[in-house]
Write a protein that binds this ligand. Structure first.
Ligand SMILES: [Zn+2]
Length: 182
């Protein structure tokens, strides 16, 4: 009896393997260990293809077989493996605009920054998941734009809740008003 249930549940999980947001515990653990201090994992989704249409021709790239990771500060494109292998990192405050194009057969998300644009494609069987992801992305971007900024060294800085000054991510006290971060 146990065997039958086990077999059935295997069939069931095979059926769900098409869910592009599913990740193994091993991959999730690997992703979490690659996030910065205080960085929160928001969403993970497998995509069909991603292009970086960089203004500088030598930086142009295409990533096949990849996954997108959205955190509260970054958009990461990793290789579709069971461990974290980074293809491309986009800091959310660097995104100046974004577009979401939907049709019956695909969803395309375009992230525009000063250095070029990232085009992320989702195929037909991922449309509903990609739509959900694009909604989460829009909200996350909105929050990140207000909360974070990029300094001259290209690092992400956080906004002081009290006085609005942007300070280094690891800072515990605001250098302007002395506000304490927890
Ligand atoms: Zn302050």
């Amino acid at each position: 009896m146990f065997n039958i249930i086990e077999k059935l549940s295997n069939v069931f999980s095979l059926g769900q393997a098409a869910d592009p947001t599913r990740v193994s515990d091993k991959l999730k653990e690997s992703i979490l260990s690659n996030l910065d201090d205080g960085e929160e994992l928001i969403h993970i989704i497998r995509n069909s293809r991603a292009f970086y249409n960089a203004k500088a021709p030598r930086d142009k790239n295409t990533y096949y077989n990849s996954r997108c990771i959205l955190t509260n500060r970054r958009f990461l494109i990793i290789r579709n493996l069971d461990y974290f292998k980074l293809f491309r990192e986009i800091q959310l405050p660097k995104i100046t605009d974004h577009k979401i194009e939907k049709s019956k057969s695909e969803v395309i998300i375009t992230l525009i920054s000063e250095t070029g644009e990232d085009v992320i494609e989702f195929s037909k069987n991922m449309v509903s998941f990609a739509e959900e992801f694009s909604g989460i992305l829009s909200q996350t971007l909105k929050v990140a734009m207000d909360k974070y900024s990029i300094n001259k060294e290209g690092k992400i800085e956080k906004k002081c809740d009290n006085c609005g000054k942007f300070i280094a991510q690891e800072t515990k006290f605001c250098s302007d008003c002395g506000h304490k971060f927890y």
